[in-house]
Design a protein around this ligand. Structure first.
Ligand SMILES: Cc1ncc(C[n+]2csc(CCOP(=O)(O)OP(=O)(O)O)c2C)c(N)n1
Length: 310
């Protein structure tokens, strides 16, 4: 992991803002992707389908781990296929990984318009990760396997580093919870390093998650009981995240505490899928969506002529 400082923190923040904007744009927009003119009902997709609430946390985890390990070709970021596909797709597009398998997903305005228009769209991209997504071979969005899959990737490959984001609801599945035991048999020099990150955003679809209702002490004791060292990261400050990743501890287990729906118009149980439900027909929601999109100041991050300014 290379040294990171103020410049890198700024790059992380810009990348997160970029991918947050792109997540919202994919969910809502069929046109006017750079808000060249005031948002109108015709710019909105008629059927809104996808997961927003978890996207900011995914973008934070993705940007921070990419900054810390992204130069290492043996690094991999693993996300359960049921989680926040707009955020995953935004990051894959940003890194150029999507363009490698899909020539239309170019890193310019046309590519941006293509991925936004075709998200959750007939004959376009599905609303969840699918085999059209680089690095994904399954379909269906079933949560629970990310940690087991990560240990599987590490098996017999000591050079690999795998950061895996696990939802706090996902950790309620028997598969995810029992996969914590894999540390006992696979945490050795013969296998790669698995870096679990629990995304503690407090909620599942609309109900609170069990783990968010435990005290920090209780959660720490549980994590320690599985042999990991818990390391807390509160919110989206890149310096805190990078410091946590640098801590030289045995079997780290990161707990990323975010607010579900962060940076969006509402939070927690209202934020899981589509926080503003009727912007096509409700003028107030349309203006709220416009305000939300503008809050990312995307024109500072992307230019129609020159593309991404990193
Ligand atoms: C095995 C399984 N059961 C149920 C679902 C339906 N589901 C989709 S997202 C979700 C909530 C997941 O909560 P969490 O892991 O906390 O994710 P986040 O809050 O970050 O969206 C559920 C239950 C699923 N995808 N897979």
């Amino acid at each position: 992991m290379s040294g990171v400082g103020v410049r890198e923190f700024d790059q992380i923040l810009r990348r997160v803002r970029f991918c947050d904007y792109l997540s919202v744009a994919q969910l809502y927009l069929r046109d006017n992707f750079l808000l060249e003119r005031p948002l109108s009902p015709n710019d909105i997709k008629p059927r809104l389908l996808g997961h927003w609430g978890t996207c900011h946390g995914i973008n934070v985890a993705y940007a921070n781990t990419a900054m810390a390990f992204g130069n290492n070709p043996d690094f991999m970021f693993v996300l359960g296929v049921g989680h926040g596909f707009p955020a995953l797709q935004a990051n894959l597009w940003y890194d150029g990984a999507l363009a490698k398998v899909n020539p239309r997903a170019t890193l310019d305005y046309d590519g941006l318009a293509y991925i936004c228009r075709n998200f959750s769209w007939p004959d376009g991209f599905p609303s969840h990760a699918s085999p059209f997504t680089p690095g994904v071979i399954t379909e269906g969005g079933e949560l629970g396997y990310a940690l087991a899959n990560s240990y599987g990737v590490a098996l017999g490959h000591p050079e690999k580093i795998i950061a895996v984001l696990i939802g706090d609801g996902e950790l309620e599945t028997a598969t995810a919870l029992d996969s914590l035991n894999l540390r006992n048999i696979l945490d050795s020099g013969k296998n790669g390093k698995v870096l679990p990150i629990l995304h503690l955003n407090g909620y599942k679809i609309s109900a609170p998650s069990l783990y968010a209702r435990k005290s920090e002490r209780e959660l720490n004791e549980m994590i320690r009981g599985f042999g990991y060292t818990p390391l807390w990261i509160y919110g989206d400050n890149p310096e805190d995240f990078q410091n946590a990743l640098k801590k030289p501890v045995d079997s780290p287990f990161y707990i990323l505490k975010t607010e579900k729906g962060a940076t969006g118009p509402n939070r927690h149980q209202d934020a899981h899928q589509i926080p503003l439900k009727n912007p096509m027909t409700d003028e107030m929601e349309l203006r709220e969506l416009e305000k939300w999109l503008k809050s990312y100041k995307f024109d500072e991050l992307f230019n129609q002529e020159s593309g991404i300014t990193k």
